[in-house]
Design a protein around this ligand. Structure first.
Ligand code: NAD
Ligand code: UFG
Length: 351
């Protein structure tokens, strides 16, 4: 049997780009996803991009019998764990769903991993675990803060759970990768972000305005203490983010214990800077209007990614122009996301 990396949530946005990076680097991967926020078509696209069969199981990580069967059938030596519900707004309305899926699902996964003596885990954490940081850029040793919503609290709880687990048994090797704001898409335009229902994040909202699915963009808040009054974030290209997982897996071959790494670029852009860059790059005017601040938003959030540079040999390579060009190529080639067509999408020119 071939050594296999299990990717939970591998049909989702970041998981699919990471699956592609791992396959291209020679890993054998198995994707487990219940498709609650993704499509089977994504796996087909991965197969087209890699010209190989991708092992895929449509199932739920919360199902212990299913997981036990998977670990018995495949020679899994590491897990990259993306599967999660991720809508901040929904988590406030349905906290039990978030704690059950994200926290209990991770607990279930870890129990089955331990039973099968698989001890390498890369976890999708988030800058949300820092809460509202006292200063920027954010360093890992600032310590975690107080996330302001149930989704954020699930990420912090999982980090704490994994820390306890690691301290209990030296065989564990766990990477907590704290993502800043992933945007962009693979340069082929074949895979990208395809949220089910109305999007909440800035770039999906912006591109859906650009293709006419949403009439105008709402900009939440114009009175933050920032360069132009709108919030500042550290946007990172999803392909750079995917490569961060590859780097973490390589380092974990030789290290045990738990470690956290910021995956960001170290550069912050405001909401208005993003809108104006998008307009310059695509030539499309974005109608927008200001609205009051969104509950739970912080003014500024960007990373100091130097620890990942030193310890993982990783740094983001793609700038804002490429992030926007690739986001727009994906969205304009696939106006309805993966539902647009089961055909290979046509390439769309970007100014
Ligand atoms: P996504 O929704 O596109 O991907 C998550 C995938 O997990 C989906 O395909 C979904 O169907 C699957 N899933 C959810 N629950 C499952 C379950 N119980 N069993 C099996 N599959 C399940 O989200 P994404 O943007 O790719 O995020 C991936 C990870 O990164 C998540 O853990 C998310 O919390 C984290 N993260 C995302 C962001 C962001 O802005 N996108 C930022 C920080 C952290
Ligand atoms: N924004 C708008 N209009 C929109 C959508 C967003 O003005 O329609 C603004 C927000 O107010 C915020 C900025 O754009 O100022 C970025 O918002 P996103 O929702 O894209 O991202 P967040 O920084 O709020 O959160 C994201 C993920 C979280 C994760 C966090 C840190 O959604 O899961 O980054 O990693 F925790």
């Amino acid at each position: 049997m071939r050594k296999t990396t299990l990717i939970t949530g591998g049909a989702g946005y970041i998981g699919s780009h990471t699956a592609l990076a791992l396959i291209n680097a020679g890993h054998h991967v198995l994707v487990l996803d219940n498709l609650c926020n993704s499509c089977r078509e994504c796996i087909t696209r991965l197969e087209q991009l890699t010209d190989t069969h991708v092992d895929f199981i449509n199932g739920d990580m919360c199902d212990p019998i299913l997981l036990d069967g998977i670990f018995s059938r495949y020679d899994i030596d590491s897990v990259v764990h993306f599967a999660s519900l991720k809508s901040v707004e929904e988590s406030v309305r349905k906290p039990l769903d978030y704690y059950a899926n994200n926290v209990a699902g991770t607990l279930n996964l870890c129990k089955v991993m331990a039973a099968h003596e698989v001890f390498k885990l890369v976890f999708s954490s988030s800058a949300t675990v820092y809460g509202d940081p006292a200063q920027t850029p954010i360093l890992e040793d600032f310590g975690t803060g107080k996330p302001v919503n149930p989704y954020g609290r699930t990420k912090l709880m999982i980090e704490e759970l994994l820390t306890d687990l690691c301290h209990s048994d030296p065989r564990w090797s766990i990477a907590l990768l704290r993502y800043f704001n992933p945007i962009g898409a693979h340069e082929s335009g074949m895979i990208g972000e395809d949220p089910k229902g109305r999007p909440n994040n800035l770039l999906p909202c912006l591109t859906q305005v650009a293709i006419g699915r949403i009439p105008e963009l709402t900009v939440f808040g114009s009175d933050y203490p920032t360069v132009d009054g709108t919030c500042v974030r550290d946007y990172i290209h999803v392909v750079d983010l995917a490569n961060g997982h590859l780097a973490a897996l390589q380092v974990m071959q030789h290290h045990s214990g738990i470690n956290s790494w910021n995956l960001g670029t170290g550069i912050g852009y405001s909401v208005l800077q993003i809108i104006h860059s998008f307009e310059d790059i695509t030539g499309i005017t974005i109608p927008y209007r200001f609205a009051p601040r969104r509950l739970g938003d912080i003014a500024k959030c960007w990373a100091d990614p130097s620890k990942a540079g030193r310890e993982l040999g990783w740094s983001a390579q793609r700038g804002l122009e490429q992030m926007i060009t690739d986001t727009w190529r994906w969205q304009s080639s696939n106006p309805q996301g993966y539902q647009s067509s089961i055909e290979t999408p046509a390439r769309v020119a970007v100014k």
